[in-house]
Each structure stands twice: as C-alpha cells, then as structure tokens.
Design a protein around this ligand. Structure first.
Ligand SMILES: Cc1cc2nc3c(=O)[nH]c(=O)nc-3n(C[C@H](O)[C@H](O)[C@H](O)COP(=O)(O)O)c2cc1C
Length: 325
C-alpha cells in the first residue's frame, strides 16, 4: 500500500493481499469505472427509428456550427496530444476534415499547431483550458482570435482537474473559474464562445446568462467527473431549457451516422467525434479522417431519407422509440 494509490489500485492490491494471506471466499467483481460511457452507448443503442418509407425524400445534411457552414453536422472534438503521433498528425487530420467539409476544435496545445491547422483552411475553434492562471486564458483566447479561429470556448468540466483512470491530475494547473472571470472572458472576444461540459439545466442556463453562444453537452469521454449524467441522457433537458436561445452540441461515445441522427432528433445541432477521429487517422491518416466524415454523412443521408426528413431541421423532434430488453 502506498499513499499514491488510487481506489482501484488499492482494491486490486487488496485482492492480491487477501489471496496471499490464504483468504478462500470469493469476492464480488470490481466496480466499473466509466459508467457514463457505458450508459451512453447502451442508451443510444436502445433508441430506434420508425421509418416513413412512403414519405422518403432525398436528404440534405448541410448545416452550420456557430454560423460556419459544414457539409455534415459533425466536428472533431478538441484533443490535446496530437504531437505524440508525429509532427504532421494534427495537420493531416485538419486536411481530412477540410476535405470533408467539417470543423476542427482544438484543446490543450500551443500556437504553432493551431496555426498549422488554420493554414489548411479548416474552420478551427479553440477550446481553452480553465487555467488557474487566468492570464493564460485571456492570452490564449486573444491568440486564437488573432490567428483566425472561428470560435473560442472553455471545457468547464476540467475545473477540478482531469480524471485518468481513477486518479486526478492537473489540479494545480486548472481551477474553477468565477462567474466574473467567465463573463470577462466571454466579453473579451468578438468570436462566439462555446462552453463545453454542460450536463444539466443549471449550467446551461448560466452559460446563456454569461453570454455563451453555444454549449457542448459532454462527459469529456470519461476524463472529467465519473458518474455524471451520460451526455445523451442529459441532452433533451438542456435543449428544452436553452435550445431556443443558443446552439446545443453533444459529444461522448458517438460512433455512427445513425448516432448523429438520434442526437439531432433529441435536439442537438451538431455532434463531436474525438476518439473516432483518432481511429480514422490511425486507419488512413488524412484520407482516413475524410472517409470517416463521408461515411457518417452517407449513413445520415440514407436514414434521414427513410425517415422522410429532407434536412437536419426536419429531424429535430422525430420520434425515437426506446426499447429495453
Ligand atoms: C486524446 C484526447 C485528448 C483530449 N483533449 C481534450 C482537450 O484538450 N480539451 C477538451 O475539451 N477535451 C479533450 N478531449 C475530450 C474530447 O474532446 C471529447 O469530449 C471526448 O473524447 C468524448 O468524445 P469521444 O467519445 O468522441 O471521444 C480529449 C480526448 C482525447 C481522446
């Protein structure tokens, strides 16, 4: 046992210790980490479409994200750490997104990589971390605006550090931001401000009140607070509360074009894909990312046509029947 152990490590070493001490009775299985991810997936998979084949029509899936036109209502979620994949990885991803008419959000990372993404011509939104050193927030936002980003924002779900497994890090680097700082940050930019990490009506209403132009309903994968309401489950309430005032996007666990159609039916305007974009890059670099977005779009078009939805606006409110077995 060490002072650095997380709960899961403590339980794992406890099993070994009991076994070594000759304990014979069986122990219950470990509790699962990442319940929002599992429930998100199970919830999405429990939603079914009711086709309207006799009303089929060609579907146009073009949309816009913070006013920027996109061919598919999909954006690459902000991801730090692209440099681990080599110097040109982020640029390749940006080019793939540009070719498919999508948008790229950037997370933690420097000006150079942001500039390289912007230079590909893809619309870039910079999601700034909630730095304890608030000067950094303002300088990174200014930098993003000067270099030509189309939007800025902040992932508020890292106010209390980042969750890795069941260990928390970066608590010294990030911190909860006061309403005053948020208001000043939002007022300091001409760009639309996106608040990422909203999972409830309270934060959604506050985001509107602070001047945000959009929110992303997100569990940050499972890298923020575990056991928070899964984003797909949280989405309809957030849309009902603020959807008539600002744009509502969603991420965490989306994989397919049908997943996107379901999100649109639940009121989202666009869907973020992060890990899936990484996988697409792994599969075919720039071409893989382009192909991912095109495949998502093709599935959306086919399903929307079968639902009799001519465009994305027509999908909103389409009935999804929930079936649990
Ligand atoms: C490698 C990696 C790095 C990430 N870095 C950031 C970040 O810097 N800022 C942020 O807001 N979210 C970050 N995220 C979270 C994603 O934007 C997204 O919210 C999360 O992965 C859920 O989407 P997914 O299920 O499609 O992966 C990161 C995710 C991954 C996989």
């Amino acid at each position: 046992m060490t002072e650095q152990m997380t709960l899961s490590q403590l339980y794992a070493s406890g099993r070994e210790g009991l076994e070594a001490a000759g304990y014979k009775r069986s122990l219950p299985p470990d509790a699962t980490l990442g319940t929002p991810l599992l429930t998100n997936r199970a919830y999405l998979d429990s939603l079914f479409f009711i086709p309207r084949f006799l009303s089929s029509s060609a579907a146009n899936i073009r949309s816009s994200i913070v006013g920027v036109p996109v061919e598919v209502p999909v954006f690459c979620g902000p991801m730090g750490g692209w440099n681990q994949l080599g110097e040109t990885a982020l640029e390749g991803c940006a080019r793939g997104l540009k070719a498919a008419g999508s948008m790229m959000m950037l997370g933690i990372g420097g000006s150079d990589e942001m500039q390289r993404a912007i230079d590909t011509g893809v619309p870039v939104a910079k999601i700034v971390k909630p730095y304890r050193n608030t000067d950094l927030i303002f300088s990174k936002m200014e930098d993003a605006e000067r270099r030509g980003c189309v939007a800025v924002g902040m992932d508020i779900d890292h106010f209390h550090g980042r969750l890795v497994g069941d260990a928390v890090d970066l608590e010294d680097t990030f911190a909860p931001q006061s309403e005053q700082t948020m208001r000043q940050a939002i007022a300091s930019t001409h760009l639309p401000f996106i608040i990422k990490g909203v999972l409830g009506v309270d934060d959604a209403r506050k985001a509107v009140e602070l001047g945000a132009r959009a929110v992303i309903v997100s569990n940050h994968g499972r890298a923020a607070i575990d056991c928070t309401l899964p984003s797909v489950v949280a989405l309809p309430d957030v849309v009902a509360a603020v959807g008539s005032m600002i744009e509502v996007y969603v991420d965490t666990g989306f994989k397919t074009g049908n997943d996107i159609v379901k999100a649109l039916a639940l009121g989202a305007r666009a869907v973020g894909f992060a890990n899936s974009v990484l996988l697409a890059w792994g599969s075919g670099r720039e071409e893989g990312v382009r192909r991912l977005v095109e495949l998502l779009g093709a599935e959306m078009r086919r399903t929307m046509s079968a639902l009799g939805c001519a465009d994305c606006a027509a999908v909103r409110g389409v009935e999804l029947r929930r079936v649990t077995t």
